[in-house]
Design a protein around this ligand. Structure first.
Ligand code: FAD
Length: 286
């Protein structure tokens, strides 16, 4: 873990683009509550195969212009052409955006053509070819392995391709086992990977939702956590209190052992992030 301790700590937030007037209101309220935390940047997700392209763009510009916070759009390349991606990059560049989260994304069901990019390392190479050093490029990392990878080792080598292509830093898929993250960092060190790898943090506020997300993305919910969550049944406030305690402990351990910051998957909700932030004393740095 030593190599990560030299990087300045970065605390960042992730949002998704709201798609209805109600969702827009919730997003604005959440942003107003979280903006005073002064995150280093706010990232905005990109729907499968560009389905939220305009909405992501609008949301990114809103965060950067209206809140004065640095905004970073996610861009996924699956099912895209070079011309599509060039246009998206130009749109961001001409609107003062300098930070991007570059992803492969997942093929939407029913879509047949994979487009001109196969993997995220090709997207990183393309962004560097087209725009030089204009953008700070984040990529995704998977301490518990990407669900489609044949092995941890293959996945790690594929992660290195993105770093070699020019990624500046990485955000991990969320996890609940800190040991897996520490081991992943040690493996990265052995391969000479020398960029900040910031843990992605998923607050727990809803049992069904966290079980569904974890099933999809391959995040392991430890048995003891699953049993406790099951025991709460429909008691939402007990689940929220438990989630706050468990995730605050996870974050504390990660930071104590040298993680270079935290990236919160807000799901456009403020309460859990504010609670964790307070528990960690981040609003009142010593
Ligand atoms: P890659 O790095 O390309 O990896 C995908 C798989 O291919 C892995 O199994 C890897 O081992 C393998 N692989 C990679 N390169 C090669 C190669 N050269 N040869 C052979 N195999 C290779 N999805 C969205 O749709 N929108 C979002 O906004 C979004 N945001 C995300 C943010 C974060 C922080 C994370 C962790 C994930 C996000 N995702 C998002 C999900 C992501 O798109 C999926 O996990 C997707 O399946 C993989 O994307 P990737 O960029 O990690 O792909």
């Amino acid at each position: 873990m030593e190599s990560q301790q030299k990087f300045p700590r970065i605390f960042s937030l992730e949002f998704f683009p709201p798609r209805s007037p109600d969702a827009e209101q919730t997003f604005q309220r959440t942003l107003d509550r979280l903006a005073p935390l002064r995150p280093r940047f706010c990232s905005v997700t990109f729907g499968a195969a560009g389905s939220t392209r305009e909405k992501t763009f609008e949301t990114v510009c809103n965060i950067q212009r209206q809140q004065g916070l640095e905004a970073a759009p996610h861009i996924s390349c699956i099912a895209s052409t070079r011309d599509n991606i060039r246009e998206v990059l130009e749109g961001y560049r001409s609107n003062g955006i300098r930070h991007i989260v570059a992803l492969r994304g997942d093929m939407p069901s029913g879509m047949l053509s994979a487009g001109e990019f196969r993997y995220a390392n090709e997207l990183v190479t393309f962004i560097r070819e087209e725009t030089g050093d204009h953008f700070h490029i984040e990529v995704a990392a998977y301490p518990e392995m990407h669900p489609q990878a044949p092995s941890l080792d293959a996945d790690l080598r594929n992660f290195k391709r993105k770093v070699d292509a020019g990624a500046n830093s990485a955000i991990t898929q969320y996890f609940f086992n800190p040991e897996g993250y520490f081991r992943f960092i040690d493996d990265c060190e052995r391969l000479g990977i020398d960029i900040p790898i910031v843990p992605g943090i998923m607050p727990i506020t809803n049992h069904t939702q966290i079980a569904r997300f974890s099933e999809m993305c391959g995040a392991d919910i430890p048995r003891w956590m699953r049993k406790r969550l099951e025991g709460f049944g429909d008691d939402r406030s007990a689940i929220r209190a438990f989630g706050l305690e468990v995730i605050s402990d996870l974050c504390r351990r990660l930071l104590e052992q040298g993680a270079p910051g935290l990236h919160f998957y807000t799901l456009n909700q403020s309460e859990a992030v504010l609670g964790i932030w307070r528990n960690l004393g981040l609003d009142n740095p010593a």
